[in-house]
Design a protein around this ligand. Structure first.
Ligand SMILES: Cc1cc2nc3c(=O)[nH]c(=O)nc-3n(C[C@H](O)[C@H](O)[C@H](O)COP(=O)(O)OP(=O)(O)OC[C@H]3O[C@@H](n4cnc5c(N)ncnc54)[C@H](O)[C@@H]3O)c2cc1C
Ligand code: FES
Ligand code: FES
Length: 1368
């Protein structure tokens, strides 16, 4: 909605513009020629608007979301919509208004209600995704005339990913703006809210507290709601009436007419914007190989990621003939440039206006478009772009084909021909268009009575994912006597061939047949020969894809049969137990609770304070490494990377790079001034590979140039000759070749395993193996460092996105040959780390340091998402081989475990990760006899590294696998077996540590009661009896996570506390803020120590010159250690000021410290903390590695679609014992975020490497190297009901203010979802008589779920022991 009142008048006075312009946040900008290669994101970030982030560059994460507004002369109104700035060509927004997060609200002007609400709901952790979420909702609100529904709000966020929060707090923050909470929109307007009153994000009602808490122990509580918050009314938010708080649509743009554009870009790129079809055709005639652009969501990817150098681009988005939407008597005509959002809106309108029988196809399109990309993509992507790209997995093309659509094609002479969609697709990305033709429009016919069209799609993830297989099916039935006979049919598939294909034999078979079980059986038989997928088909998963073709048809049969039920004579009705198979997925609004107590200590400790940086994060003012302005004379770097997994380097030709535009320098191993040998624990890596490469993506050299693009271009021109050598690409390969890292085999033992197995105590013995998949960190901010020299290289400084500034300092001083005292690394905040920036960020900084030092110029190296994923390592995949002895009651007596992790080509932290897995291989179970032999495998893959849980989850997952298997052997529930074997107070671990203050039984029992486990399980079993094709499952899983670095020396922490005379306090400590709220907790401790308000304490950054020798921020122990170190410093200062404080009463802290200053008292102190009472002897593998344990338990209920493998989590309840939380809101955020990240690991995120299992991927290469192919959980994947409870009344005597560590322990809780899925699969398998144990690897993707649910649709393709492939 715009504020324009007199559009017609405006039309008359519309002006012909003289220059290309753009408005950004209300400011007019002239667009110079020469920037056709620029995206809107490049432009904004270059202009200093760095609130808009680069997370992936491929439209897959939403971090770059901005709002575009333009005046639509046809509609006579302002259109507002969200777009991905990373895919939006700069010139495509010429004449428009772009609003970025900076234009929505900021600290000086005041926060927008969306921003304020997100802050108060704790919806911003690392903050890197935050501006994107704000902008998606902002655009929705500005474009809605009435408040959106909760469903619409959730839908608008489908294209935004967050890796930290688990989405719940974001949904809570945003649902305030939905219809259900009227306060902001209707009667209860801002006027009726009292000063300081806040709309609770959870309830949508005014309240005085931002969270649901149980009780507040401290009486002198202060409200966490700032009194500055004044909600706006809805009309202010949607922009239909502007206020001074909303940026108006620039009046100049109302008057201004769009004009044709003819501009250029780098390398002779030509950019045209014709405004008539005639001009389009003329240009097409002139440039037959031209690329037409509408949304640029295909071409953008091709040019930037696939590096296809198109020379001429024609933006046809504004050509009226290509934008028609005509509802006619015979159907709908849709212009080729019509955007998918418009199409969806039209279909939605049409189904309410036309007779139901006419709109069967429209309904199918509505359903399919719901799962087509995210909102930002749908807002710009066109129908014609989708059709003409002819992707074999296009979601729409099979539907156009099935629905009988016709494509209207125009040639350069203006002649129009029509062709059926069925005949349009010729081959892989090849269509029936000659070089002088373009697609003009599509005509979709209305359906007739008893004509049914249905869509199908199965992807890895429901939201914003491309299909694995999709389909469009249509059948037209005629009543003949007592029978329904097929008079016409069409069955089309995507994802089963290089192009969308029609199952023509199936169609022929169907026509003329009666619609009954016989035709179903016959059609399935024909389909199997009609759609043939080759064994080595690109994309793999052939058995799954084959099965899906049959499953989809079966669903179609059921659906059509159900449609005609009630319509006169149908002989065979759909059995009730089959009905749920055709029920489409619907996500109800999220229900969530967070249950905790507040134990206050002093002014701040214990309060659910909001993250200290969140107000900067929601406005985009928070700076990350890549946002740091480039110093004068700065250069951008790109890495030269190995393309082979194992090879000798024969020659390097860098002449192409040297003549590349903007080139400034190139450096290899021979140029490293200090040592080229690097490594985190042992020096087993080279900074730049000198003679051999041992993985794809290994760094061979570095190029610097004037721009990032030019640096990448030059790096791509370095030509390297290799002699290829045999590569080891999996754990099994490594075991076969005895390829282990030196000195990396470890043994832990307790009791006598062999004796126990031989004794008759063990009534049953089972043996098996568990494969555990890896996981990509997918922090939203990729690895980045900016390095510069001072005094001509005498000193080197850097800003890095790292969890370990010290490691960067060590690496850089080492490779440059400088003393550590001359190298400084600073980190303000990082956009997520999760372990991925603990060690693997350091070689990136060290690489950038080489050109910076040698050229004496600042150098910035920020990795693109794909490079980051390819080279920086992941969570280790594991293989566990177990032998377990137990009694008939289920008491475990002996565990013999061999455990292997896939370290990749360097040791990095892999040995410590393996040991952590070994420590956690008992999970929570008392086992009298244990032997665990661990080995670290050397493979030719990039070095794997730390990831939340550090091997613990892998060890525990292996344990829960054999627990589950024992249960099946004994025909008991896994929960029974768990309970029988629980450890308790005084239990002695297999490494010698004794459990103290064990709260395992308490969390387990509270969870069991709260989720009413036994009743829910009964209900689930009942559901499973009633439903053949949908099954539900439940599981309860416990956890015990050891807290401390297992290397004793790392358990030390320092902090520097400076008190200033105005009473404010600056704390600097060795820990890094990566979204986990560390700085907030440390500041709370300092505030309580000095008895001052939290806002008097500030933490600016982490810096190696303020606090030296800091351990990485990892192992969950940072708040324990850095808060204690800060407290130590505060106590020292308090002791010094005490003599003055005791002399008289001071009116304020400022007055007191000023008096101390005048008395020459030192108001600065360095605090230090070492974790007491720990120590482990690695030679005997005995001792006390952990200071204490964090306990938890989780319940999950899931539902799976056995025909497609689709699943969703209906409920998840998590209980954690976190002692007396320093900040329960932050801790709840950690629990929720860890759970959803864990859910990704167990059920969604699959790494596919070019190995023996994936021969269609080049050897050693990572296929899943971007958000397009690697799917982290989106909002749609979170449980329908998500409850988090923190155990009450249990102080932890081992950590500061009785708190407990939280970062890693809840991660494993998501395995409850995995085992609930397994429960559901067991129920499905039982239907076909398969009742025994079966292996299920994580992630339990749709492929694994579906293929485990053996039935008549999998039987033609696989045997009952089929096991989908996994890169391990
Ligand atoms: C993050 C992301 C998610 C996606 N998700 C999905 C998904 O879920 N399902 C799916 O099917 N696709 C998906 N896609 C693919 C893509 O969005 C669609 O194919 C989209 O419809 C392309 O439209 P566009 O306007 O952006 O095409 P553009 O990139 O502008 O153009 C694409 C091609 O079409 C040609 N072209 C355009 N118009 C005409 C015309 N009138 N005549 C002849 N040729 C023409 C162009 O020359 C060009 O080669 C996704 C893409 C991204 C980046
Ligand atoms: S950066 Fe644009 S969507 Fe990820
Ligand atoms: S807060 Fe969302 S990615 Fe970090």
């Amino acid at each position: 909605m715009g504020s324009l009142n007199k559009e017609e008048e405006m039309e008359q006075i519309a002006e012909e513009p003289k220059e290309a312009i753009l408005y950004v946040n209300g400011v007019r900008k002239v667009l110079p020629d020469g920037f056709a290669h620029f995206t809107l994101l490049d432009y904004l970030r270059d202009a200093g608007l760095t609130g808009t982030k680069l997370g992936c560059g491929e439209g897959g994460c939403g971090a770059c979301t901005v709002m575009v507004s333009h005046y639509d002369r046809k509609m006579k109104k302002c259109m507002h919509y969200s777009v991905n700035a990373c895919l939006t060509p700069l010139y495509s927004v010429e004449g428009m208004h772009v609003i970025t997060v900076e234009g929505v609200g900021n600290r000086k002007r005041g926060l927008h209600p969306i921003q304020e609400s997100l802050v108060r709901s704790h919806g911003s952790q690392c903050g890197f995704c935050t501006p994107g979420f704000i902008m998606s909702l902002y655009a929705l609100l500005r474009s809605s005339e009435t408040p959106p529904s909760e469903e619409q709000i959730e839908e608008s966020l489908a294209g935004n990913l967050c890796r930290c929060t688990g989405y719940r707090p974001i949904v809570d923050a945003f649902r305030v703006f939905s219809k259900t909470s009227d306060a902001l929109y209707a009667g209860i307007s801002s006027l009726s809210l009292q000063e300081g009153e806040f709309i609770c994000p959870s309830t949508g009602k005014p309240c005085s507290c931002g969270s649901k808490t149980v009780h507040d122990i401290d009486t002198n509580d202060q409200s966490i709601c700032s009194t500055r918050y004044k909600p706006l009314s809805y009309s202010e938010v949607d922009g239909s009436t502007y206020t001074d708080k909303e940026l108006i649509f620039p009046p100049e743009l109302l008057r201004r007419k769009l004009t044709p554009l003819n501009l250029s870009g780098l390398g002779g790129l030509k950019w045209y914007r014709p405004l008539t079809i005639k001009d389009v055709l003329e240009l097409k005639e002139k440039y037959p190989n031209v690329k037409l652009l509408v949304g640029n969501t295909e071409v953008g990817i091709e040019m930037r990621l696939k590096r296809i150098p198109y020379q001429v681009l024609i933006s046809v988005a504004h050509v009226p003939d290509l934008n028609i939407l005509n509802v006619k008597d015979d159907g709908i005509e849709i212009g080729a440039a019509v955007r998918l959002t418009e199409l969806l809106n039209l279909f939605r309108e049409v189904v309410t206006q036309r007779p139901a029988h006419e709109t069967s196809a429209c309904k199918a399109f509505i359903e399919q478009l719901k799962w087509f990309a995210g909102t930002q993509i749908r807002n710009v992507a066109s129908v014609g772009g989708n059709v003409c790209t002819a992707s074999p997995i296009s979601d729409l093309n099979p539907l156009w084909m099935a629905a009988g659509a016709k494509f209207r094609i125009i040639n350069c002479n203006g002649n129009i021909r029509t062709t059926p969609a069925e005949n349009f697709f010729l081959d892989y990305r090849k269509v029936d268009l000659t070089s002088n033709e373009i697609l003009l429009s599509i005509v979709l016919p209305w359906t007739r009575p008893f004509e049914y069209v249905k869509e199908f799609k199965q992807a890895h993830r429901r939201d914003d994912d491309i299909a694995i297989v999709n389909a469009g099916m249509r059948v037209c039935l005629e009543e003949k006597g007592e029978e329904w006979v097929v008079s016409d049919a069409s069955v089309a598939y995507g994802g089963v061939a290089p192009l969308s294909v029609c199952a023509t034999k199936t169609k022929e078979f169907l026509i003329g047949k009666e619609w009954n079980q016989d035709v179903l059986r016959g059609a399935l038989n024909v389909l199997r020969t009609d759609i043939v997928l080759k064994e080595d088909a690109p994309g793999g998963m052939v058995e799954f894809r084959r099965s899906l073709t049959l499953s989809f048809f079966f669903k179609f049969f059921l659906w059509v049969s159900h449609q005609i039920e009630g319509n006169k004579s149908i002989k065979e009705s759909v059995p009730l137990s089959h009905l749920s198979a055709i029920k489409s997925f619907h996500r109800p609004p999220l229900v969530a609770s967070q249950d905790y107590e507040i134990r206050k200590h002093g002014t701040s400790v214990g309060s659910p304070e909001v993250h200290l940086s969140s107000r900067l994060q929601v406005t985009g003012e928070a700076e990350y490494t890549d946002d740091t302005p480039m110093p004068p004379n700065g250069l951008h770097a790109a890495l030269v990377l190995s393309k082979k997994p194992h090879a000798r380097i024969l020659s390097i030709d860098d002449s192409g790079a040297k003549s590349s535009p903007g080139f400034a320098g190139i450096f290899f191993a021979k140029d490293v001034p200090g040592s080229n040998k690097i490594g985190s624990i042992v020096l087993d890596e080279e900074l730049f590979a000198s003679e051999f490469v041992t993985c794809v993506g290994q760094v061979i050299g570095i190029v610097v140039a004037d721009t990032h693009e030019n640096a990448k271009l030059a790096a791509g021109k370095v030509h390297i000759e290799y002699e290829e050598l045999p590569a080891i690409l999996s754990i099994e390969d490594a075991i076969g070749a005895k390829s282990f890292h030196p000195n990396s085999q470890k043994l832990m033992r307790k009791g006598d395993v062999d004796l126990c197995f031989q004794s008759d105590q063990c009534e049953k013995i089972i043996e098996g193996k568990v494969q555990v998949g890896g996981q990509e960190h997918f922090y939203l901010e990729t690895q980045s460092s900016l390095v510069w020299t001072m005094d001509s290289g005498n000193e080197v400084h850097m800003i890095s996105s790292t969890q370990s500034p010290r490691k960067h300092q060590v690496y850089v001083s080492h490779v440059l040959g400088l003393p550590m005292s001359k190298v400084v690394c600073k980190t303000k905040r990082i956009g997520g780390g999760f372990g991925g920036k603990e060690t693997r960020s350091a070689f990136i900084a060290a690489a950038a340091a080489v050109p910076s030092y040698l050229m004496n110029r600042p150098v910035k190296l920020t990795l693109d998402r794909d490079i980051d994923m390819i080279i920086s390592g992941q969570r280790h995949s594991f293989l566990g081989k177990y032998k377990v002895g137990f009694t008939n009651k289920g008491k475990v007596l002996a565990l013999d475990l061999q455990i292997y992790n896939n370290a990749g080509n360097s040791l990095d932290l892999s040995l410590a990760v393996l040991q952590c897995a070994m420590f956690h291989s008992d999970n929570v179970y008392e086992i009298p006899n244990v032997r665990i032999l661990g080995s670290v495998c050397f493979t030719n893959l990039p070095s794997n590294t730390a990831f939340r849980g550090f091997g613990g989850p892998q060890g525990m997952l292996i344990a829960e696998n054999w627990i589950q298997r024992i249960a099946l052997e004994l025909k008991k529930s896994p929960e029974q077996i768990r309970e029988i074997n629980f450890q308790g107070e005084g239990s002695i671990m297999h490494y010698g540590q004794q459990l103290e203050h064990c709260t395992l039984a308490q969390v387990w029992n509270e969870l069991k009661v709260s989720c009413d486990f036994l009743k829910v399980r009964e209900e689930v079993d009942e559901f499973n009896l009633q439903n053949r094709w949908k099954k539900r499952g439940v599981a309860m899983i416990p956890t015990k996570f050891g807290i401390s670095f297992t290397n004793k020396f790392l358990n030390q922490a320092g902090a520097l506390v400076n008190v200033y005379t105005d009473g404010t306090v600056l704390v600097t400590h060795g820990g890094v803020e990566m979204g986990q709220g560390l700085h907030t907790k440390v500041a709370q401790v300092a505030a309580s120590a000095f008895n001052i308000p939290l806002n008097s304490v500030f933490i600016s950054e982490t810096s190696t010159d303020k606090v030296p020798n800091a351990s990485p921020t990892a192992a969950s122990a940072s708040s324990d250690m850095y808060a204690a170190a800060a407290l130590d410093a505060c106590e020292q200062i308090k002791a010094r000021i005490e003599p003055i404080a005791s002399q008289r009463n001071f009116s304020s802290f400022a007055e007191l410290v000023t008096a101390c200053y005048l008395e020459r008292i030192d108001l600065s102190a360095h605090g230090f903390y070492i974790t007491p009472d720990i120590g482990f002897d690695w030679s005997t593998c005995k001792g006390k590695p952990f200071s204490y344990y964090t306990y938890g338990a989780a319940f999950a209920e899931v539902e799976i679609d056995t025909l497609t493998g689709d699943f969703h989590t209906r409920t998840a309840n998590v209980y954690m014992d976190l002692g007396y939380s320093l900040n329960p809101a932050i801790d709840v955020g950690q629990v929720e975020g860890a759970f959803i990240q864990g859910l990704g690991w167990v059920a969604l995120e699959e790494l596919k490497w070019g190995d023996a299992s994936h021969k269609w991927v080049p050897s050693g290469c990572l296929y899943t190297c971007g958000p397009g192919s690697y799917k982290i959980p989106s909002l749609n994947d979170i449980p329908f009901e998500f409850n988090v409870s923190l155990l009450k009344g249990n102080p932890n005597v081992k950590a500061i203010h009785s708190s407990k560590a939280v970062g890693e322990p809840p991660f494993f809780m998501a395995s409850s979802v995995f085992f609930a899925i397994k429960y559901a699969i067991l129920a499905a398998r039982a239907e076909t008589g398969h009742t025994g144990w079966f292996p299920l690897d994580n992630p339990a993707t749709p492929e694994r779920i579906r293929m485990a649910c053996l039935d008549e649709f999998t039987a033609p393709f696989v045997s009952s022991d089929f096991h989908p492939k996994l890169s391990v």
